[in-house]
Write a protein that binds this ligand. Structure first.
Ligand SMILES: *Cc1c(COP(=O)(O)O)cnc(C)c1O
Length: 268
C-alpha cells in the first residue's frame, strides 16, 4: 500500500456514452444534428499531410484572430483550448487558487466538482431556488471564485445580465466564470460586461452550436490580464494544444455566419 498513499485519487467525470453501433438517434450529449459549415469540408480536402511534420503555431494566432474578429474583442482577450473542458480545467488551475471555497450551483454541469477535486480546490454547492433559479444573494459570501453556466445545464434556465452583474459587483476579489456553452441557442452573452469587470471570464465552445464536438475547440474571452495568466499556465503544461487542422477548421467555420444562424435557428 505504500506508494498508493501518495497517489492523486479522484472519482472521474463520466462522459456521455458514444454508442459503437449504428442507427441510433443520439440526444445524450447535446451534439448538433447538422454538419459544420460547408467551408470546413474544403479545408480538410485541401490539407496537405506533409504539413503534419511541423508543430502547429503554439499561439494559435489564426484561430484567436478569427474569434477576436467574430466577437469584436482584441486578440489579447482570447484564449483557446481543446474543447471548453480544457479551457475550464486550465481556468480552475489558474484562478481558483484560494483556501476559500469556490461556489457553483447544486444542479449544474457535473464536471465542475471533478475539476475541483482533482486540483484540490475546496468548493461549496449553492442550492438553486425551487424554480431552479440562481439567487444572487447566495453568492455574496467569502469565496475563492464562482462558476456557473448561463443558460444553466441541465436545467436550461437562463439568467439575466443584471443578475450576473450583481454577482460580479459583489465579488471583485474573485474570478467569476460564466460558461456559455448554450448561449447561441437563446439568451444574451455577457460579453458587454467585459468592459466593466476585469474579473469576468466568459467560456464558449464549438461543440454545440458550431457542430464541431469532434474537433475539440473551446475558448475563453476576458480581460487581457486574465488571458495572460491562463497562457502562463497553459505554456507550463503543453504549448501545442491546438493542432494544425483544428486551427484551420476553427477559423474557417466562423466565416459562414448565415449557415450558423440557419442551423441554430432550426434547433431553437
Ligand atoms: C458541453 C458542455 C461543455 C464542454 O464542452 P466541450 O465539448 O468540452 O467544449 C462545458 N460546459 C457545459 C455546460 C456543457 O454543456
Amino acid at each position: 500500500m505504500s506508494w498508493e498513499n501518495s497517489v492523486r485519487r479522484v472519482v472521474p467525470y463520466t462522459p456521455g456514452e458514444q454508442p459503437k453501433e449504428a442507427g441510433i438517434i443520439k440526444l445524450n450529449t447535446n451534439e448538433n444534428p447538422y454538419p459544420p459549415a460547408p467551408g470546413v469540408q474544403k479545408i480538410l480536402d485541401d490539407f496537405q499531410i506533409s504539413d503534419m511534420r511541423l508543430y502547429p503555431d503554439p499561439e494559435a494566432s489564426m484561430l484567436i484572430q478569427a474569434i477576436a474578429e467574430n466577437y469584436q474583442v482584441k486578440p489579447e482577450q482570447v484564449f483557446v483550448g481543446v474543447g471548453s473542458d480544457d479551457v475550464i480545467s486550465m481556468a480552475f488551475l489558474t484562478f481558483f487558487n484560494s483556501a476559500k471555497p469556490i461556489l457553483f450551483p447544486d444542479v449544474t454541469y457535473s464536471f465542475y466538482d471533478v475539476w475541483a477535486d482533482v486540483y484540490h480546490i475546496p468548493y461549496q454547492r449553492i442550492k438553486l431556488t425551487d424554480d431552479f433559479r440562481i439567487n444572487p444573494e447566495d453568492y455574496k459570501i467569502p469565496n475563492g471564485g464562482i462558476i456557473f453556466p448561463n443558460p444553466n445545464a441541465p436545467t436550461g434556465v437562463l439568467e439575466s445580465l443584471e443578475l450576473i452583474e450583481e454577482i460580479l459587483q459583489a465579488n471583485s476579489d474573485s474570478v467569476v466564470m460564466i460558461d456559455e456553452a448554450y448561449i447561441d441557442f437563446g439568451g444574451i452573452s455577457c460579453l458587454p460586461l467585459l468592459e466593466k469587470y476585469e474579473n469576468l471570464l466568459i467560456i464558449q465552445t464549438y461543440s454545440k452550436s458550431r457542430s464541431m464536438a469532434g474537433m475539440r475547440i473551446g475558448f475563453a474571452i476576458g480581460n487581457p490580464k486574465l488571458i495572460k495568466y491562463l497562457n502562463d499556465v497553459k505554456f507550463s503544461i503543453n504549448s501545442y494544444t491546438m493542432n494544425r487542422v483544428t486551427l484551420l477548421c476553427g477559423a474557417e467555420t466562423l466565416k459562414d455566419s448565415a449557415y450558423f444562424e440557419n442551423c441554430t435557428g432550426k434547433i431553437i
